[in-house]
Design a protein around this ligand. Structure first.
Ligand SMILES: [Zn+2]
Length: 187
């Protein structure tokens, strides 16, 4: 139920939701409000990867079946949904909660970069996959991270081109995303 509700309230669906509410009976609207409220009360950020979760650490960070030598870095939790949907990636994640954007006044200290560097200290990670969006901010962020992480003797890769420039990861289809993960290159 959780993911369905999250999908409903993503900002880009907000307009559609507003139209739906105009036509919906009051009972349905009330029910939806209750679901949203209970969801908000249950959801926290994982203190390791900063994905949204109902339990901390999240199931991915806890999962024994995940490959702990790889961390895929994304801008937003919904990017993880898109990548997990392909079923091809079995490593861990790290959510930055944004991208570096000088024009919007968002610097490296405003997103979860420090926390990422802490995770790389113990030497258990040998590859970092930069899966920030293929747009200006995403590229700037990838470049910045690459400069920080490369000296740590960790392999830094970037999702393959093929994701159209200017788009966001969460809207890419499975086939394109799978190709982008499989074809990732040294960065
Ligand atoms: Zn986690």
């Amino acid at each position: 139920m959780g993911s369905v509700c999250l999908d409903l309230v993503w900002p880009k669906s907000a307009q559609r939701l507003a139209y739906h509410l105009l036509r919906a009976p009051d009972e349905q609207t009330k029910l939806l409000a209750e679901v949203i409220l209970s969801l908000k009360q249950k959801v926290v950020l994982c203190s390791t990867c900063f994905n949204v979760t109902e339990s901390d650490p999240c199931p991915t960070c806890r999962g024994d079946e995940r490959d702990r030598s790889k961390i895929c870095i994304v801008e937003q939790p919904q990017d993880i949904l898109a990548l997990e949907h392909t079923g091809i990636y079995k490593g861990l994640y790290h959510v930055l909660h944004g991208a570096i954007s000088p024009t919007e006044g968002i610097g490296a200290d405003d997103i979860r970069i420090k926390e990422l560097l802490n995770r790389l200290q113990d030497g258990s990670v040998n590859e970092v996959i930069l899966a920030t969006n293929p747009n200006l901010e995403g590229e700037q962020t990838a470049m910045y991270l690459s400069r920080l992480i490369s000296p740590l003797r960790i392999r830094v890769t970037r999702l393959a081109r093929g994701l159209p420039f200017g788009t966001e990861l969460e809207y890419a289809d499975d086939v394109t995303l799978t190709r982008a993960i499989e074809g990732r290159q040294e960065f």
